[in-house]
Design a binder for this molecule. Structure first.
Ligand code: HAM
Length: 433
């Protein structure tokens, strides 16, 4: 049997409903922040990610899905969406628009050829935000507030915000020098990858999954000691605005992030949930003031984040948050025989267009198993249609909870359902206001 590719998963039934529910919440939350939807292609020229995410990152050097298209162009399935959104910002000349800053959000699949393990997939979904055109530290704090508010809105309690600063170019250069000096006498203790990183980008050594527990890594110089005045001020202001918004955070100097484009603020949100496991980073992001220029646009500051949907779903499961109500129907229609099916279709179609949730028996069940099916579907009412009903222009409608039966004239069905769904149950079909 053909199976799904390693590191991917199918979505169906309850999980599908949960995901659609989350997507709706995301879209409406974004309206509250005045952030516009953006969608970019799932594949882009490979060069975009080399220049954007960085050659020395694990993501680009080991994890991309690359292919030659039929025109011999090097293409890559996007491992993340910041680079793609920046490309789109430049290509569509959004920097020239009057309504700065440009605020965008996206949701969609990303691809990384990682070793599949709990919380890590090869195809995974991210919801993210990218904002261009302002270097205001209040915006860094606003970006951090989005995932925090989203998680709170969903009822997650065990969340922890870690922040750090990587400073501006000058601070980073000073820090780079400090790392080069520090690691020089220890080079042969480091893995081969890190020896290469030493030459190209020593900051990446701090992010190595292989060497992470070495003492020399733990005792390496800290970026916060190398921030210049401008960078220190920026970082202090971000903290001021986070406090103003009542967002708890911790400064964690170990956060360097696995992508090269960051300057100033970087942050991660962790699930501080017992037993959640090591893949507990729910979300990450930060400021990237040089990326637009590096990809070929005018010098423009940017800041953003992305959160993984899969890790969010498992955090919700760990905290026992159900998210969605049990599925239900307003009415389940049972035609007694083949002769009543046309009539049933006509009535069902009309009622659906009037805003009721309805299904019909398509399996020609006998009446007893149809009652069972109506319970499985959590139908509030059942409509039985037989010869007698058609000849006399009414339906036999049964309340599935109270078992009370009604004979309702065809032209009165909408009023009947409106009234009884309101009275008999907590109806949320949206058309009774
Ligand atoms: P990232 O930290 O690589 O950042 O990914 C963000 C989030 O995506 C992670 O915190 C995690 O929840 C989820 N994620 C990443 N890889 C996987 C995976 N293999 N399986 C499941 N979930 C995963 C970025 O992608 C940046 N573009 C974030 C950003 C936006 N920074 C600025 N703007």
């Amino acid at each position: 049997m053909i199976q799904k590719p390693k590191g991917t998963y199918d979505v169906y039934q309850e999980k599908g409903r949960k995901i659609l529910y989350l997507e709706n919440i995301i879209a409406s939350l974004m309206e509250y922040y005045n952030i516009d939807y953006v969608r970019t292609p799932i594949f882009e020229a490979s060069e975009l990610f080399h220049r954007g995410v960085g050659e020395t990152t694990d993501i680009v050097s080991k994890e991309t899905y690359d292919f030659l298209d039929r025109g011999n162009r090097n293409m890559t399935l996007r491992p993340e969406n910041t680079a793609g959104v920046v490309r789109s910002y430049i290509e569509n000349k959004m920097y020239g628009e009057a309504n700065q800053p440009i605020k965008t959000w996206y949701y969609g699949p990303m691809y990384r050829y990682e070793r599949p393990q709990s919380g890590r997939f090869r195809e995974f979904y991210q919801f993210g935000v990218e904002i261009f055109g302002s270097n205001d530290p209040a915006l860094d704090a606003e970006i951090i507030s989005i995932p925090v508010n989203f998680y709170k809105l969903l009822g997650l309690k065990g969340i922890k915000v870690n922040i750090n600063s990587l400073g501006d170019s000058e601070s980073r250069e000073n820090y780079r020098q400090a790392l080069l000096n520090y690691f020089k006498p220890h080079l042969n203790c480091l893995c081969e990858d890190c020896q290469r990183r030493y030459e190209k980008n020593p900051l990446r050594i701090l992010d190595c999954k292989f060497d992470a527990n070495l003492d020399i890594i733990k005792k390496a110089p800290r970026i916060l000691d190398y921030l210049n005045e401008t960078s220190k001020n920026h970082f202090l202001n971000v903290q001021k605005y986070l406090k103003a918004m009542n967002i708890d955070f911790e400064i964690n100097p170990n956060i360097v992030r696995g992508l090269d484009y960051y300057t100033h603020t970087v942050f991660e949100v962790e699930a501080d949930i017992k037993g959640f496991g090591s893949q507990n980073v729910l979300c990450g992001g930060g400021r990237y003031n040089n990326l637009v220029e590096n990809i070929g646009g005018p010098s423009t500051p940017g800041v953003g984040f992305a959160l993984g949907l899969e890790r969010l779903l498992s955090a919700l499961e760990f905290e026992n948050i159900k998210l969605i109500e049990e599925k239900s129907l307003d009415l389940y229609v049972i035609p007694m025989s083949e002769n009543e099916k046309e009539y049933a279709s006509s009535i069902t179609n009309g009622l659906r267009m009037s805003g009721f949730k309805i299904d019909i028996d398509y399996m020609n069940r006998n009446i007893k198993s149809n009652f069972k099916q109506s319970e499985r579907l959590n139908a509030k009412f059942i409509a039985i249609i037989g010869e007698e009903e058609i000849n006399n222009n009414y339906l036999t409608i049964k309340n599935n909870k109270t078992k009370q039966e009604y004979k309702v004239k065809i032209e009165e069905i909408i009023d009947f359902l409106d009234e009884h769904l309101d009275h008999d149950d907590d109806c949320n079909c949206g058309h009774h206001e």
